[in-house]
Ligand binder design. Structure first.
Ligand SMILES: [Zn+2]
Length: 248
């Protein structure tokens, strides 16, 4: 396993904690750590607080652009390629715009707020169904967000899911605190994600889908599609889309 191309191509400064939760996040979200072509890949699988995120983001060359009525921030090369994709889409009568104000850059507490927005409704739902006790729900509420992650993963192993629709893992719906690709400023949630032509244009500008079943979410990898296998990614087909995930 450890001799896969994926591990060979990870940044040498990447910090991966030796626990099941981070290993799982590396497997599910790991494509972003291979990003290259003039961008900087995140140096942590999970950022622990606002200071760690701010320290990483301060190293980045940032491009700012108003797209679809929102001010968006991405790493500069990723933004340049996104704007080229947007121009190409516009020439064919479609567009590439953000789903909302938090579609590009996020800070640490933004990822905490999104996480909480999924945890509380799921706890209420599963307690009302009797799948967890009120005490279990209160115990999870009492934990710091990063401490909730392994507890939620454990419940999900029993089919007690925390995604918005409660039918799949929370990691296909929102990232755990500090683990979002949006922190790296290499991710963009696209309003027109259902349009296959738009998806093709994004891929031809080095923006790919890398989180299986998170359909609006695209990741800037900075290389052409022909190089993705060699980097240690594999293609997974899901709902007629191509997702590129670590081949580990
Ligand atoms: Zn996203």
């Amino acid at each position: 396993m450890a001799d896969s191309k994926f591990f060979d191509n990870l940044p040498t400064d990447l910090v991966v904690a030796d626990n099941a939760a981070e290993q799982r996040l590396l497997r599910e979200y790991g494509a972003v750590f291979l990003a290259r072509g003039g961008v900087i890949a995140p140096n942590k699988v999970v950022f622990k607080d606002d200071d760690e995120v701010a320290a990483f983001q301060s190293r980045l060359d940032v491009g700012v652009s108003e797209i679809g009525g929102f001010d968006m921030e991405l790493q500069a090369v990723a933004m340049a390629d996104l704007l080229e994709a947007s121009d190409e889409a516009a020439a064919g009568g479609s567009s590439v715009t953000p789903r909302g104000p938090d579609s590009a850059r996020r800070n640490y507490h933004g990822t905490v707020d999104l996480w909480k927005s999924r945890i509380e409704p799921a706890l209420i739902h599963w307690a009302s169904k009797g799948r967890i006790t009120p005490e279990q729900a209160d115990f999870i509420r009492s934990l710091a967000p990063h401490e909730q992650v392994p507890e939620v993963f454990k419940l999900e192993e029993e089919g007690i899911y925390f995604a918005k629709d409660l039918s799949k893992s929370i990691i296909y719906s929102v990232a755990p605190p500090g683990a979002s690709q949006h922190i790296s400023m290499l991710a963009f949630d696209v309003a027109e994600f259902d349009n296959p032509r738009v998806r093709g244009i994004l891929a031809s500008h080095r923006w790919y889908q890398t989180v299986v079943s998170d359909l609006p979410h695209f990741t800037y990898l900075g290389v052409d599609q022909g190089e993705l296998l060699d980097l240690g990614l594999k293609r997974v087909k899901h709902l007629e889309r191509d997702f590129w995930i670590p081949d580990i």
